[in-house]
Design a binder for this molecule. Structure first.
Ligand SMILES: Nc1ncnc2c1ncn2[C@@H]1O[C@H](COP(=O)(O)OP(=O)(O)O)[C@@H](O)[C@H]1O
Ligand SMILES: Nc1ncnc2c1ncn2[C@@H]1O[C@H](COP(=O)(O)OP(=O)(O)O)[C@@H](O)[C@H]1O
Ligand code: SF4
Ligand SMILES: [Mg+2]
Ligand SMILES: [Mg+2]
Lengths: 270, 270
C-alpha cells in the first residue's frame, strides 16, 4: 500500500491521540503500520507500546553516535504489531529543536527501515513552527499526505494555516500534499462551523470529526488507545471510520492558505 | 533603570496580553518603555499602538535588505509613549522561524535603538520551541530577567519547563535568569496549586496571578490594553501590581528544572 501520512497541528491539539488511535485502527484492519513520533515531547507512541520508548536521539546521545546499531535499538513493537519509533529532541536551547527528526531519518535510512513493505507510515509532527527538522516530513516527501489536526479555536487554526503555508511551499517540488483537516473538538468553546469554513477556503475537506471523549483520557491513564481499551465504544468507531476515510482519500491538494488578515477575520467569527 | 525582561510561554498562553498591559502599566508609572515583539504572529504591540505595525523582517523583505533605513521605519509609538517594534517571521518553511529576531536585533543595534535610555525593555517571545532566534533574548542577554507565563494545564507547564531548561543552560554564561512565573488562569480547568508547586520546585515564585477577565477580550476588540480601556477595573489594577512587583524584583535565579518524569508526575496532579 505504501500510504505515508503526516499528522500536524499545534502542540496539545491531539496529534498523538489521533496518530496512536489511527495506528491501532489500521492494524485492526490487518495493515502493517509504522508510527514515527516527530515531537520532542516523544510521547506519540506511548499508548501504542504501553510505555515511553527510548528515542533515536536519546540512544545516540547515551551510547555514542559512532556505535554499530541495529533497528532493534530504535524500533519497538506495540499493540496489533504496530512498529514504533520516536525521534526525540535536543535539550532546549541546544541547536535546532527539530534536529531529532533529521538525525532519525538519517539513522533509519541507513538501517533500511523505510525499505520494508509498510502499508501505512504515520509521522506525528510538532506544528507550532514549520521549520528545520519539523518541515522534513513535508519537504522531503517522507509523508505524501498531510492531515492537520485543529479545533475551532483561533490559535490552533492559526497554526493550521502556517502548516498549510509550508505545504503549499514544498508541495509542488516533490513535497507532501494536504489531505484534509481533522477536527478535534477538544473543549467547550469549539466552533465547528469555523473549521469547515477554513477547510473549504483552503481547498480541502474536514475528513474527520473527533468529539471530546473521557474514554480517551481514561485509556491514556492505562497507556492505551481507545481501540485497545474500549474497542466497542463510539469513540473507537470514530477512529476506525477516520482510518477508512484516510485509506480511501486520493485527494491530496496544494492548498491556498489564508493571509494574516484573512485568518484574523476568521478568528473574529469564533 | 535599564530593566530588561523577557516574557516567554506557550503559544496562546497570554504573553502578548501580559506584555502589552505591562508596557502600559510601566508608562502609567512614568517610565520610558520599549516593547519588542518576538513572535512571528507579530501582534504583541497591536493593543499598545492600536493597530498592527509593520515588522522589521516585513519592511526589509518589501523594500530591500540593503536600503538606508532610519529608526522610524521600524519603531512606532503607542499608548503612553510606549515605543514598539515587531520582529516578524519568515514564511513558514523558509528557514528558521526565529530568524526575524536575529535580523531585528542586528538592524536595531546598527540604528542605535538599544543605546537609548530605556527604563524598561520588554521582549515578548514565542516559547513553544527554545531554539534559533527564540533563544537569543535569553542567550545573548538582551533580556536580563525572564518571566514565564503559564496556566495550571499540562501543555503550558511542559513548555514552561522547556523554557526554564533553556535559561538554566545559558544563565550562567551571561544569559538571562528566571525572575518568576506569571500565572494566567486562562480557562475553566486551571489548577493554581500545580503552578505554585512548579514554581517552588524550580526555585522561583509565582510573581503574579492574572484571572480570566472578559474585559481583556473586550479591550482587545478595541485594540487596547485594559490599562487604556478600563483603567479603574480590577484587572487593570492586577497588571499595575504585577508591574510594581517586577520593578522591585531583584531575584533572578538559575532554575533547577524538572526532568521528563517529574513534569509528567506533576501533570498527573492536574
Ligand atoms: N477528543 C479528545 N477528547 C478528550 N481528550 C483529548 C482529546 N484529544 C486530545 N485529548 C487530550 O489532550 C491532550 C493532548 O493530546 P495529544 O494528542 O498528546 O496532543 P499533541 O500530540 O498534539 O501535543 C492529551 O492528554 C489527550 O488525552
Ligand atoms: N486572563 C485572560 N482572560 C481572558 N482572556 C485572555 C486572558 N489571557 C489571554 N487571553 C486571551 O487569550 C488569547 C491569547 O492571548 P495572547 O496574549 O495573544 O497569547 P500569546 O501572546 O501567548 O500567544 C487572546 O485572545 C487573549 O485576549
Ligand atoms: S529552524 Fe525552527 S526548530 Fe530549528 S532552530 Fe529555527 S526555530 Fe528552532
Ligand atoms: Mg504529541
Ligand atoms: Mg503573542
Amino acid at each position: 500500500n505504501d500510504i505515508r501520512i503526516g499528522i500536524y497541528g499545534k502542540g496539545g491539539i491531539g496529534k498523538s491521540v489521533t496518530a496512536a488511535n489511527l495506528s491501532a485502527a489500521f492494524s485492526e484492519l490487518g495493515l502493517k503500520v509504522l508510527q514515527i513520533g516527530c515531537d520532542p515531547k516523544s510521547d506519540s507512541t506511548r499508548n501504542v507500546v504501553g510505555r515511553r520508548i527510548p528515542t533515536v536521539l536519546g540512544v545516540l546521545r547515551e551510547r555514542g553516535y559512532t556505535q554499530e546499531y541495529e533497528l532493534d535499538d530504535f524500533v519497538f513493537k506495540g499493540f496489533g504489531g504496530v512498529t514504533c519509533v520516536e525521534a526525540g529532541g535536543p535539550e532546549p536551547g541546544v541547536g535546532c529543536a527539530g534536529r531529532g527528526i533529521l538525525t532519525m531519518v538519517e539513522t533509519l535510512e541507513k538501517l533500511g527501515l523505510f525499505e520494508e513493505e509498510w502499508d501505512v507510515t504515520i509521522y506525528d509532527v510538532l506544528g507550532d513552527v514549520v521549520c528545520g527538522g519539523f518541515a522534513v516530513p513535508i519537504r522531503e516527501g517522507y509523508a505524501r499526505t498531510i492531515y492537520i489536526v485543529t479545533s475551532g479555536e483561533f490559535m490552533p487554526l492559526y497554526a493550521a494555516n502556517n502548516i498549510g503555508i509550508g505545504i503549499a511551499r514544498f508541495g509542488e517540488r516533490g513535497g507532501a500534499r494536504l489531505g484534509g483537516i481533522i477536527h478535534n473538538a477538544r473543549g467547550a468553546k469549539d466552533d465547528a462551523g469555523v473549521v469547515s469554513e477554513f477547510a473549504e477556503r483552503v481547498g480541502c475537506t474536514v475528513i474527520g470529526d473527533i468529539p471530546r471523549s473521557d474514554l480517551i483520557l481514561k485509556a491514556e491513564t492505562e497507556m492505551k488507545t481507545v481501540i485497545e481499551a474500549y474497542p466497542e465504544s463510539d469513540i473507537a468507531a470514530c477512529f476506525m471510520d477516520l482510518a477508512a476515510q484516510i485509506l480511501e482519500n486520493k485527494d491530496g491538494v496544494i492548498p491556498r492558505m489564508l493571509s494574516d488578515e484573512e485568518i484574523e477575520e476568521l478568528g473574529k467569527k469564533i
